[in-house]
Design a protein around this ligand. Structure first.
Ligand SMILES: [Zn+2]
Length: 491
């Protein structure tokens, strides 16, 4: 299995430090507002990686954090007249609801900064003892960046360039402008804890180092997070942890791409931030996952409305096909006949899925492969030769089992096909300003017209519906209708 390592900037063979046991950490969310689709992507990606590793037989211990003490949280809580911790607790609850509605599988541990204050203080104290940190005259504690010679190795930066190139706020109590805070002394109105350096609270970076050490140990296998965390957050985590333990913090650094909306960075001030809640209001959770998985996790996604529509098209096609498969199997299966089609492709489904996923979790490749599977499936179902019908049903059953096994790892196809298809149809009918009763009535009128040999009227009804975006399909058992904009993959 191969995984991209941001530290070495290449794909590497994945070999955990301890056989089949995998220790994995992903930086979570700073909870000061409703979570947005970028948070969703990161959570979906690292859960997918944990789920897939488990599917491949690894024992995964997956830890995520919530940053529940931070400048933004304190500011927001003050604006709302709330206690900062009460406020962040509420926000964590809201995020948990969103993640549950998205069906993101849970981490084994959700660590919180506020619940690790003693671990953090101990960590900082040891860095001071080892000469990697110092207490400034204002009561802050800083990490001495110059004391860690390989600082910059992840983000490929040089300490001197950093100093010259980046505008750094002038804080005269720092030994060097590039030093960063491990502990911040309390300001009036801020939440604070007792420490050997007076009242204060942790800086942001230290919590991850302390929680990793506390929950997973000195070296972990995979450290994940959004690309935007590479510098300074992950660089600082490395400096803190490796200065303390003398060991490598993570074997593989994994970074997930960012989400833009219509070419722009998501931001509240631009008014283009898509919350998970809003996305779920508009789209089925598997449609959202499809959008995420249709791009490689390391690439940025520029979300356009059309991406969701396209994903709905794909998922509709898949679910509609699965619904038809179930129907076909139910009608044609014969317990006494176990033979399958000679060209049965079911045995390829899992190895193909693994081939894609073992290659740095290539979900996009795995999804693209579904098209060829369903193309085969739909071809079989179109065949009308009676003598192969039971064989077909057996083959379809095998294929369905394997699809569910493989793609279930990605959290797809867990819904009742009939309901999924029906809900999506309803949504698109609403967009076309049509309702099912009207269409059913037109179909009946047309059937009647055909029976009465009034082909002119029958054609007119068909054309009228076609203009409204509805296509009719005649078969032996009657006339089915569908929505053109949803059905175009199947025509
Ligand atoms: Zn972190």
């Amino acid at each position: 299995m191969k995984i991209y390592n941001s530290m070495t900037r290449q794909k590497e063979e994945f070999i955990p430090a301890d056989g089949k046991n995998v220790k994995m950490y992903a930086c979570g969310i700073t909870v000061y507002d409703l979570s947005h689709i970028g948070h969703a992507r990161q959570a979906i990606v690292y859960s997918m990686i944990a789920d897939y590793l488990r599917y491949r037989g690894y024992n995964v211990r997956y830890v995520r954090n919530y940053t529940d003490v931070d400048d933004k949280i304190i500011k927001r809580a003050n604006e709302l007249g709330k206690n900062a911790l009460d406020f962040s607790k509420e926000q964590i609850k809201e995020t948990e609801i969103d993640m549950e509605n998205l069906h993101v599988s849970k981490a084994d541990v959700f660590a919180k900064a506020s619940e690790n204050i003693q671990n953090i203080i101990d960590f900082v104290q040891e860095l001071i003892n080892k000469g990697h940190a110092y207490v400034a005259e204002n009561g802050d504690v800083y990490f001495d960046v110059r004391s860690f010679p390989s600082y910059g190795k992840l983000s490929n930066r040089n300490v001197d360039d950093m100093k010259n190139g980046v505008r750094i706020e002038i804080e005269p109590w720092k030994r060097d402008p590039i030093d960063f805070a491990l502990w911040k002394s309390a300001k009036p109105g801020e939440i604070s804890w007792d420490s050997p350096w007076g009242q204060g609270r942790p800086g942001w970076h230290i919590e991850c180092s302390a929680m990793i050490l506390n929950n997973l140990g000195e070296t972990i296998d995979i450290h994940g997070g959004g690309k935007d965390l590479i510098f300074p957050h992950h660089e600082n985590e490395i400096a803190q942890s490796e200065s303390l333990t003398g060991k490598t913090l993570a074997k593989y650094w994994s970074h997930c791409g960012l989400i833009k909306i219509n070419g722009e960075k998501m931001s509240k001030s631009l008014g283009n931030s898509l919350t998970i809640r809003d996305a779920l209001e508009k789209y089925n959770y598997e449609v959202i996952k499809y959008v995420m998985f249709s791009k490689h996790y390391t690439s940025d996604i520029d979300l356009l409305d059309n991406d969701f529509n396209l994903a709905e098209n794909h998922m509709y096609y898949f679910y509609n096909s699965i619904g038809n498969m179930l129907e076909y199997i139910k009608n044609n299966k014969n317990e006494n006949i176990t033979s399958i089609r000679k060209d049965d492709i079911s045995e390829d489904i899992i190895p193909d899925f693994i081939k894609y996923m073992d290659d740095d979790f290539n979900t996009a490749g795995a999804l693209a492969n579904l098209h060829s599977i369903f193309k085969y499936v739909n071809n079989i179902m179109k065949q009308t030769k009676q003598d192969t019908i039971v064989e077909n049903a057996n083959t379809l059953q095998n294929i369905l089992n394997k699809i569910r096994e493989a793609y279930g790892v990605l959290g797809l196809f867990n819904q009742e096909p009939k309901i999924f298809v029906h809900e999506l149809k309803k949504k698109y009918l609403k967009k076309l300003d049509l309702d099912e009763d009207f269409i059913e009535e037109q179909v009946k009128r047309r059937t009647k017209a055909k029976e009465e040999k009034n082909y002119e009227l029958a054609d007119k009804i068909r054309n009228d519906l076609d203009e409204k975006g509805i296509i009719l399909m005649d078969s032996k058992t009657g006339t089915n209708w569908n929505i053109k904009s949803l059905f175009n993959l199947q025509i």
